[in-house]
Design a protein around this ligand. Structure first.
Ligand code: KIV
Ligand code: ZN
Length: 561
């Protein structure tokens, strides 16, 4: 028995019996801030080189980020140089604000102000750790000691801003303060320090500062984080002078939920990364948050319609892989292997098309793959678990063959058996090859060599159809003829000459299909012999002949079984 759990203690819940967030619904996107180039980058085995950082930065602006934390310029020469490249190379769009991170320490703050010279829109983001644990084991100080560090930092930042604005009045500088390890700090202390920082920064309702509440290490369930956020929002004296931001990490694997509940609890801004890259288990994945809102009918103000391109840039720059089941972006997320799922997707897509529905309601597909620049093609993949609907869907979607519903089980079983024999998934082309082999190319034992169909006036306004033709069977050519009230009836009667009398006609459907430059008719014929029914398929430029070929195909398939 593993007794290891005994060394852990449960996270203490927040006392907030009148919490309001559970009743809230998210109807508006927050302000997004990408921290890919700082928090994400510092967690990479091989951090991005300057060219990769610039490429990543460009991709972030193309996605629509208006606030981007570009680094920690006082931490190293490389970080400093990158910021200078962005500013001096005029690579920052007018409507994008760069954010720079700095610890609340004098020499680092001064260096940061040198690094941002010439930038138009800047958020100076400073932090110090406030957590109960770090106060005890790292700083060996009390809460007042931690407050003093933050307040001194805030005063210095304010005075350096005044200095910089004297030289560069066109620059817009905003402030952000993070009580780092907020979720591991007593909430009353978080409120205390944030209020004092807001005062020291001179924040006002007209000139708000960002108060960022990091879940630096995700220590608690999302509801507790939401309680912490709501507590701060309700108790901050200078609430109207602050923009409340959250910065979740994913140690418990619940960063998305924590962020969504945090937004319901009153946060207005989110810091995170694409695909959730970041320290340890990562930062919250902004792409997933944005797409979650989008799929609820909310304008996320971020554009992921070229997901494959974004993923490619991300993977190349970070050397990290996006998993095949990653929400919205993974290779397999629009793929249904299960037969019943394929069937329902098939029906859902068809229903939507037939009813011209403006809304997206397709079973098992919460979002339209086209909205992410993905295609319908890979939605259904054919393996031995696939059902009748999947194979029919591939025939319709890839090749334009609308197999009648009654034929789905028969064709599905043929495809399934082929999958089992192959012991692997089949490609759409392989599915089509089965269709060709099993239906279009079955010409034995009865093969129609020549044919003529003509109509005759049978008097009293009645038109009869005559069929005349030669059918080759068992190496003998036989002339057959028959009359009926349509080509199918006439052909059935002609078949009597071959002794084929036990077949009954059950159903018929047809449509045109493009074959290169022109189009042909495809007929699906269902016959019965005894208790069994089976299908044949015929294809011809003449629709009557297509039906006749379909009948012979069904008889041939029944004969050779
Ligand atoms: O996770 C964290 O606490 C941080 C801060 C510096 C905001 O990255
Ligand atoms: Zn972080």
């Amino acid at each position: 028995m593993n007794e290891g759990y005994r060394k852990y203690r449960a996270f203490a819940p927040i006392h907030l019996p009148d919490r309001t967030w559970p009743e809230k619904t998210l109807r508006k996107a927050p302000t997004w801030c990408s921290v890919d180039l700082r928090d994400g980058n510092q967690a990479l085995v091989t951090p991005m080189n300057p060219a990769q950082k610039v490429e990543f930065f460009r991709m972030l602006t193309a996605v629509g980020f208006k606030e981007i934390e570009v680094g920690f310029p006082a931490s190293s020469e490389t970080e400093y140089a990158l910021l200078r490249t962005l500013i001096e190379g005029e690579l920052i769009p007018e409507d994008v604000t760069i954010q720079v991170l700095v610890q609340a320490r004098e020499h680092l703050i001064r260096r940061t102000f040198q690094a941002i010279r010439g930038a138009k829109n800047v958020i100076v983001h400073f932090y110090n750790s406030t957590s109960t644990l770090q106060r005890k084991v790292v700083f060996e100080t009390d809460m007042q000691g931690v407050i003093d560090i933050a307040v001194e930092g805030a005063r210095l930042i304010r005075s350096l801003t005044e200095e910089l604005l004297r030289d560069q009045p066109e620059t817009r500088i905003r402030y952000e303060y993070s009580p780092e390890s907020f979720s591991g700090t007593e909430v009353e202390n978080s409120v205390l320090i944030c209020d004092q920082v807001l005062e020291a920064l001179g924040a006002s309702p007209e000139n708000k500062a960002i108060i960022n509440l990091p879940n630096t290490v995700e220590l608690c369930t999302p509801n507790t984080y939401a309680d912490q956020v709501e507590y701060v929002c309700r108790n901050l004296r200078h609430r109207d002078s602050a923009v409340i931001s959250i910065h979740p990490h994913n140690d418990r694997g619940t960063a998305i939920a924590a962020t969504e509940l945090g937004l319901m609890a009153g946060a207005q801004r989110v810091e995170g990364t694409l695909f959730g890259n970041g320290e340890r288990t990562g930062n919250v994945d902004i792409m997933v948050l944005a797409m979650n809102l989008y799929s609820q009918g909310v304008d996320s103000r971020l554009d992921f319609s070229h997901m494959n391109h974004i993923k490619k840039v991300y993977e190349e720059c970070t050397q990290m892989a996006v998993g095949p089941r990653h929400p919205y972006a993974g290779e397999l997320v629009f793929t249904a292997f299960s037969g019943s799922h394929q069937d329902a997707i098939n029906k859902g897509i068809r229903y939507r098309e037939e009813h011209n529905l403006p809304t997206w309601e397709v079973p098992y597909l919460p979002i339209d793959p086209a909205d992410l620049g993905r295609q319908y093609e890979p939605i259904v993949r054919i393996n031995s678990q696939s059902g009748k609907g999947g194979a029919a869907f591939v025939m319709s979607q890839f090749f334009g063959y609308q197999l009648p519903r009654a034929m789905h089980p028969e064709f599905g079983a043929l495809v399934k058996a082929a999958c089992e024999r192959a012991g692997r998934e089949l490609s759409p082309q392989e599915v089509f090859a089965i269709f060709q082999r099993e239906y279009l190319e079955i010409l034995h034992p009865y093969h129609l060599l020549t044919y003529r169909i003509f109509e005759e006036n049978a008097g009293q306004g009645q038109v009869m159809v005559d069929f005349e033709g030669v059918i080759r069977t068992h190496r003998v050519n036989k002339e057959v003829m028959g009359r009926g009230n349509g080509p199918i009836d006439a052909f059935f009667n002609a078949l009597r000459a071959l002794g084929l009398t036990e077949y009954e006609f059950v159903s018929y459907s047809e449509h045109a299909v493009a074959t290169g430059a022109d189009s042909k008719a495809v007929s699906y014929i269902q016959l019965r012999r005894g208790d069994e029914t089976f299908f044949g398929v015929g294809m011809d430029s003449n629709i009557g002949i297509a039906s006749i070929k379909g009948i012979l195909c069904a008889i041939n398939r029944d004969t050779v079984r």
